[in-house]
Design a protein around this ligand. Structure first.
Ligand SMILES: [Zn+2]
Ligand SMILES: [Zn+2]
Length: 102
């Protein structure tokens, strides 16, 4: 399977969006891109969430699933320096299993 990718066309911005592996088949890549906060301008081209919000450009690559920007660990997850997206810590996925079921 070929994965789509988009890069930010702003000068000096390293933002990158990779087609998410869990994207529903009936959802176009452009829709997923827009849902992640990316904009597409006829003249300026693709703009990452950070550049769209005025918090870009992405100067350092990291783990952000939306713009591949660098992130900082917070108690609630990894927060992107650029687009502000917070990815919950992987360990917290197990939290549901620990809740009282009975
Ligand atoms: Zn950008
Ligand atoms: Zn980001």
């Amino acid at each position: 399977m070929i994965r789509n990718a988009a890069i930010c066309d702003q000068a000096g911005c390293l933002a990158l969006y990779l087609d998410p592996a869990n994207r529903p088949e009936d959802q176009p890549f452009d829709t997923a891109l827009a849902a992640a906060g990316w904009g597409l301008d006829d003249v300026a081209g693709h703009r990452c969430p950070g550049c769209t919000r005025g918090t870009g450009p992405v100067l350092e690559r990291g783990e952000c699933p939306r713009c591949c920007g660098s992130t900082v660990d917070r108690h609630d997850g990894a927060a992107c320096h650029y687009c502000g997206h917070v990815s919950p810590h992987p360990d917290e996925e197990d939290e549901d299993d620990l809740t009282d079921v009975g």
